[in-house]
Design a protein around this ligand. Structure first.
Ligand code: BV8
Length: 266
């Protein structure tokens, strides 16, 4: 399999990627924080700003941090949820939703927790790392009412004491998967099963550093699927992908959709 996407080869155009996608039947798209960057949602690699500038995102996204500093962690998630609610899906999200309609089998597998794929119209989305929408209690997983969480005041410090569960009284936490926590089994089973039978895996806007999600491209390659990376920066995956398209998601995906649509109508 020619590897024409290694970091030392010339930049690639949509045509080459279209060629690989044109003959595909079953396509999966694995997305990361870079997919939402053009919607104004900071990535994990972006330096934290404002109140959170002195904390590393990965340190805040853990059960230990929530136990030790519940007000800080809950306040961070409340602000991130509000940022995600204010954000709008961009042309790349919408192009991915349109691509879904062009294939019999198309699945978006996202590491993101912001819900932007669904708001852009993607109908089949697997959320490997949960969702900012799904607040639940820490002890028993009782769902918390998002409206009551949305109504919480955030002081200038950004520190918000987690509300207590109405059923069991334990602290309410975000419904995301923290570092050191297991991913939801149904999401893992669906994603791993799908990628193990796909023809093409698009890997969009992820540093490919967080496992087990970062293992998916190896599963695709092992079954002979083509792995196409869309990322303006080289990553841990770039040299192993069949194609690295060093372009932003908001530019690459609409171009891809345009080329594929033109090819189908020709
Ligand atoms: C697990 C939800 C089994 C929360 C997230 C020690 C103890 C325990 C576990 C581990 C350990 N050591 C290693 C592990 C495994 C660990 C892991 O992988 N750690 C890494 C850091 C090495 N994984 C886990 O803990 C997972 N669980 O393994 O359970 C277990 C259990 C106990 C003990 C052992 C094993 C759980 C991982 C899930 C964590 N939760 N999110 C929240 O959001 O707050 S991860 C979170 O960070 C994101 O969801 C995402 O997955 C990750 C950030 O990665 P990216 O999405 O790639 O974003 P990033 O900022 O890194 O990169 C952005 C990219 O976009 C860049 O490449 C950039 O160039 C590009 N980009 C920028 N702009 C654009 C763009 N691309 C396109 N267009 C643009 N415009």
């Amino acid at each position: 399999m020619e590897s024409c996407g290694a970091v030392d080869t010339p930049r690639l155009s949509a045509e080459l990627v279209v060629e690989l996608l044109a003959g595909a039947r079953r396509v999966a798209a694995l997305t990361g924080a870079g997919m939402s960057q053009e919607s104004g949602v900071p990535t994990f690699r972006d330096a934290q700003t404002g109140l959170w500038s002195r904390y590393d995102a990965a340190e805040l996204a853990s059960p230990q941090a929530f136990r030790r500093h519940p007000d800080r962690v809950f306040g961070w998630y409340l602000e991130r949820w509000r940022t995600a609610c204010r954000a709008e899906p961009h042309a790349g999200h919408r192009a991915l939703a349109a691509l879904e309609t062009m294939y019999d089998d198309f699945l978006v597998i996202t590491q993101n927790v912001d819900g932007l794929h669904q708001r852009a119209g993607s109908r089949d989305v697997v959320e490997l790392h949960g969702s900012l929408e799904a607040f639940r209690c820490a002890d028993a997983g009782h769902p918390a009412d998002p409206a009551s969480v949305a109504a919480l005041e955030a002081p200038a410090s950004g520190l918000v004491p987690p509300p207590r569960c109405a059923v069991c009284g334990s602290p309410v936490r975000p419904g995301v998967v923290w570092f050191g926590e297991l991913l939801p089994q149904p999401a893992v089973e669906r994603a791993w099963h799908w990628v193990g039978r796909c023809d093409v895996l698009l890997v969009i806007g992820t540093s490919s550093l967080v496992y087990p999600a970062a293992h998916l491209p190896a599963i695709a390659r092992a079954v002979g699927a083509r792995v196409i990376e869309i990322n303006p920066q080289a990553t841990a995956l770039s040299e192993r992908a069949d194609v690295w398209w060093d372009e932003r998601a908001g530019t690459a995906l609409p171009a891809l959709l345009e080329h594929l649509s033109r090819g189908r109508s020709a």
